[in-house]
Unconditional design. Structure first.
Length: 368
């Protein structure tokens, strides 16, 4: 199960909003053993999003649109029963039920505000879906993410339109595969985690200068355990993304771009580390995510880069996942950002540009 995070927050002039109401709902398809999350309907105007436009958005206006990008309102839903999540798939359809290219979904993020992230005291990123993710699943008898009944899930989504035609009544449907609680399986509880080169909070995209550039962030986990699966999200012109144990000087995983016949990025290689019992991580070790880009042009590509790894983590000894400290200033800042109550980079919204550049972001993480 892979995560990939995109948060949109800087204001653009000329924004408009559709009057049509968008509904975000979660239902339990008992027969299929799936929670079905649906967002829509939405109107998607003609016009492809230019590079960097996804990084500029402000407020929580329904259907804010710019240059073909449409932002659904941030909504919160609750899981109706206790279950273990083990996989997902998604599709994009129009008002007639016809499937549209999955590239229309630029991203969809699912966030658990009750629990914290593995590497930072911010809200836990449950799942992010985009064109690279496709459908993913873990062995349901072996691994599952426990979700108690009533668990809240914040849903944020952005669509764009690279198709050259307008689309009406567009809906995004995500199917979360589950095993109902009370069964003798899955055997092990696992939890999602994420580590982004733009942590700890704020906008996650960054400008790409001409030539090769490298971006990284490092932190230590709050728990000991094993990473059972890992993947990543990066943009066009990326060469690789790595997850490194800095303390041991060891590359735990490297993700490479998967391209189609025309050289377009369509995915990132996935690490199913559970096949070798996972990769052990320790709270007294430092870990780093590194993404490398190569911009062949002489122009800086505004907001052209992102780099995030995410996956599933199994705590040692069957330990419980820690709840978030709602009073933590970084938790509050991050929540305000993904709820679109504030906008900008971490430096802009926290006023800590000097500290961050010096690697003094917080007690939990270090920027580079």
């Amino acid at each position: 199960m892979r995560v990939s995070l995109l948060v949109l927050v800087a204001l653009l002039g000329g924004e408009t909003a559709f009057a049509q109401e968008t509904a975000t709902r979660l239902i339990n398809d008992v027969a299929a053993g799936e929670f079905v999350l649906t967002i829509g309907p939405m109107e998607l105007p003609q016009g492809a999003m230019e590079p960097g436009e996804a990084a500029h958005h402000g407020g929580n206006d329904p259907h804010a649109v710019h240059g073909g990008a449409v932002f659904a309102p941030v909504e919160t839903v609750q899981f109706p029963i206790s279950a273990y999540l083990y996989g997902f798939s998604y599709e994009v359809v129009n008002g007639a039920g016809k499937q549209l290219p999955v590239e229309i979904l630029h991203h969809l993020n699912l966030i658990n505000p009750v629990h914290r992230e593995l590497f930072l005291p911010i809200s836990q990123r449950m799942l992010a879906v985009g064109k690279e993710t496709g459908s993913q699943a873990m062995p349901r008898w072996l691994l599952g993410y426990p979700i108690p009944e009533g668990t809240p899930m914040v849903v944020t989504a952005m669509l764009h339109n690279p198709t050259g035609a307008a689309h009406s009544g567009v809906e995004v449907r995500v199917r979360l595969k589950y095993v109902k609680a009370g069964r003798p399986w899955p055997l092990f509880n696992v939890y999602p985690f994420q580590l982004d080169v733009a942590f700890p909070a704020g906008d996650k995209s960054f400008d790409l200068p001409p030539g090769r550039s490298e971006w990284s962030y490092e932190a230590s986990p709050s728990l000991e355990g094993r990473i059972m699966a890992i993947g990543g999200h990066m943009h066009e012109l990326a060469e690789s993304i790595k997850f490194v144990d800095v303390t041991e000087n060891e590359v735990i995983w490297e993700g490479l771009p998967i391209e189609d016949g025309e050289g377009n990025l369509v995915g990132v290689t996935l690490g199913r580390l559970y096949k070798t019992l996972g990769a052990k991580v320790y709270p007294d070790h430092v870990y780093r995510v590194i993404v490398t880009y190569n911009n062949p042009s002489t122009d800086t590509l505004v907001a052209g880069g992102m780099g995030v790894v995410g996956g599933v983590f199994m705590p040692s000894g069957g330990g419980m996942w820690p709840r978030a400290d709602l009073t933590n200033p970084l938790y509050a800042l991050d929540r305000s950002h993904y709820m679109r109550e504030v906008r900008g980079t971490y430096e802009e919204i926290a006023g800590l540009s000097t500290e961050r550049s010096a690697g003094m972001v917080s007690d939990d993480g270090h920027a580079h």
